[in-house]
Write a protein that binds this ligand. Structure first.
Ligand code: C2E
Ligand code: CA
Ligand code: CA
Ligand code: CA
Length: 278
């Protein structure tokens, strides 16, 4: 219930108190997390839709909090964005993932594409493009193997930073729109931004190939991708029937539990060295 007037917190419940406390713990913890090694990066394999062969990986941050345990990114990325801590975290994830992926590129004869999630809040920093450029130089990671994932729900503000996306492209990196179909971006916006790939959101994949609405949505997205010359990745592919359906639609890449969960560094390394296939 909404309270009126001065006494706004009259209905403050123990539940809200617990949530507020958790939020504070998260924010305070994040300040320390960058120094105490409690953040790690997991790597989810991205595969060729046709045969399931490995083409790359998405870097996904993980946080082991001393009191709260393993905190999923959905619960701390928002807090990090609001508190400004996302700049430090994003920079750390980018540096860690590029360093690791460079080791794998040198060690294994496979052309891997590394995808890294970037919050639009990060892009607002003055030195954002310089920071990416510096990380690429420092780690030696080839820019053409890096893909930056931006969430569609924030495309509205990306429209204002169109120039930034062109600067990123000039570095040689590619750009993907994440969670495609969940936001409100117009198709015109897609046309005017230097986008290389769209990722169809898990929510549209889940009920394929049974749900007729999702069939229609998946077809429409595939048609947009193909007519604009964009690559397409499906996320949350858990069943063979989903893979088959999306493959027939012309979707090139997939990630999901059917192929692999996000893996710790050592697990991903095992996959590369072939241990897991034998
Ligand atoms: P996302 O970018 O859409 O990442 C995909 C999420 O789907 C991941 O959740 C992944 O573990 C999960 N997933 C993958 N395959 C399947 C599947 O087959 N079924 C189901 N049910 N789920 C699957 P995760 O790792 O918890 O990340 C959640 C979100 O947090 C990400 O969504 C992304 O928006 C954000 N995030 C993660 N790491 C970073 C980061 O380093 N920086 C930023 N800015 N955001 C990040
Ligand atoms: Ca993503
Ligand atoms: Ca996504
Ligand atoms: Ca998502």
């Amino acid at each position: 219930a909404k309270s009126r007037g001065r006494n706004r917190y009259a209905f403050y419940s123990p539940d809200m108190a617990a949530r507020t406390r958790e939020r504070m713990l998260i924010e305070q913890g994040l300040v320390r997390a960058l120094e105490d090694n409690s953040l790690t990066v997991y790597y989810q394999p991205v595969v060729d839709m046709a045969d399931g062969s490995l083409v790359g990986m998405e870097a996904l941050v993980r946080w082991q909090h001393p009191e709260l345990g393993l905190v999923p990114p959905d619960r701390f990325i928002g807090v990090a964005e609001e508190s400004g801590l996302i700049d430090g975290i994003g920079a750390w994830v980018m540096r860690t993932a590029c360093t690791q992926a460079m080791i794998w590129l040198a060690k294994y004869p496979i052309e891997l594409r590394l995808a890294v999630n970037v919050s639009v809040r990060e892009m607002a920093a003055d030195n954002f493009v310089d920071r990416i450029s510096h990380t690429l130089q420092e780690t030696g990671f080839p820019p053409q193997n890096l893909e930056i994932e931006l969430t569609e729900s924030t495309l509205q503000s990306i429209e204002h930073s169109q120039g930034l996306l062109y600067q990123l492209k000039a570095l040689g990196v590619s750009i993907a729109i994440d969670d495609f179909g969940t936001g409100f971006s117009s198709l015109g916006l897609l046309k005017h931004l230097p986008i290389d790939r769209i990722k169809i959101d898990r929510s549209f994949v889940r009920d394929l190939p049974a749900d007729s609405n999702d069939i229609a949505i998946a077809r429409a997205i595939a048609a947009i991708a193909s007519s604009l010359g964009l690559q397409m990745t499906a996320e949350g592919v858990e069943e063979k029937a989903q893979q088959q359906f999306l493959h027939e639609l012309g979707c090139q890449n997939a990630q999901g539990y059917l192929f692999s969960r996000p893996l710790a560094r050592e697990e991903f390394e095992q996959l590369l060295s072939g241990d897991k296939q034998n």
